[in-house]
Design a protein around this ligand. Structure first.
Ligand SMILES: C[S@@+](CC[C@H](N)C(=O)[O-])C[C@H]1O[C@@H](n2cnc3c(N)ncnc32)[C@H](O)[C@@H]1O
Length: 280
């Protein structure tokens, strides 16, 4: 089963995330050329489409699966007098009717590690259908995933809570009433996947055995982090609404100097697929 991640409110959080949004604006200005045909996948608020129009695109197709968001993008297009440039394509990007050989595809269906959202299946499908061809530039152009062993305090309100944790930088502000995640690095981060979105069909499965040297005595979680290259020289780590570190509890391991972990997951099928790790 494919997972389609959609949440009507979340694109507004993305819009308010100034660092994320201005980095994309910079990348779009760098990559989109006058007269380009652009596809904006998962257009949300429509902001990336509007940046592309401003950068000189002749035509922008804003693909959005959520009906309310698709309607809202249409209203924003009219409010900004962009009807001749930007068109909404409401529906699932896996099936949407789109032009072949787009000059630029903007696709921000990114979550940390590319596990939950549809970034990789969406790009693969657009390649199979010829929307993305060899000449198409992608924003982002690549993604690297890192796994690090950590020790995390799972105690919340007097209970041991084993659920996955998501560290958005915004929630680090304990003065606003958020709990601080108590986390200690136990190993160095190791790259488990590096994907160039512009090169051929992407292998969805990551299957890797990593040997970690432990710098502390106890491990009970894996921290997943990622680096997004939007365009040459424009690289983003975690921001308030994008790519925050994920911490996945694992069994407690004590008093080891080195451990090997076999990791196997499939991008775009949910974080649950990572539960297939094995300590060797
Ligand atoms: C993380 S938001 C990004 C919004 C916008 N691109 C931005 O960067 O501000 C992802 C958007 O993709 C849409 N989406 C998710 N899966 C989709 C799919 N299969 N087809 C089309 N849109 C999708 C969601 O409804 C949501 O609006």
């Amino acid at each position: 089963m494919e997972v389609i991640w959609s949440n009507t409110d979340f694109p507004y959080m993305c819009l308010k995330d100034v660092k994320r949004t201005l980095f994309f604006k910079k990348a779009i200005k760098k990559i989109v050329k006058k007269g380009d045909i652009v596809v904006d996948v998962g257009a949300g608020s429509g902001i990336m489409s509007f940046f592309a129009a401003k950068a000189g695109a002749k035509k922008v197709y804003s693909v959005e699966i959520d009906h309310l968001l698709a309607e809202s993008i249409q209203k924003s297009i009219e409010a900004n007098n962009l009807e001749e440039i930007v068109s909404v394509v409401e529906g699932d990007v896996l099936k949407a009717n789109l032009p072949k050989n787009a000059d630029v595809v903007i696709c921000e269906l990114i979550d940390t590690g590319l596990m939950d959202e549809m970034q990789v299946p969406a790009i693969n499908m657009l390649k199979k259908r010829g929307v993305i061809s060899k000449k198409t530039k992608l924003i982002p152009s690549s993604y690297q995933t890192f796994f690090q062993l950590v020790y995390v305090d799972n105690n919340y309100y007097g209970f041991e809570i084993q659920s996955p944790k998501h560290e958005w930088p915004f929630y680090k502000n304990t003065e606003s009433g958020w709990i601080k995640t108590q986390i200690q690095a136990v190993s160095q981060p190791v790259e488990v996947s590096s994907i160039n979105f512009e090169e051929g069909l992407i292998e969805c499965e990551v299957d890797k055995t990593i040997e970690y040297v432990l710098e502390k005595r106890k491990v009970n979680a894996i921290k997943i982090s990622g680096l997004i290259t939007l365009a040459p020289g424009i690289i983003l780590g975690p921001t308030n609404a994008l790519n925050g570190d994920k911490i996945i509890p694992i069994e407690l391991i004590e008093n080891c100097k080195k451990i090997k972990i076999k990791i196997n997951y499939k991008m775009g099928t949910g974080l649950g697929s990572l539960l297939k790790y094995k300590v060797l």
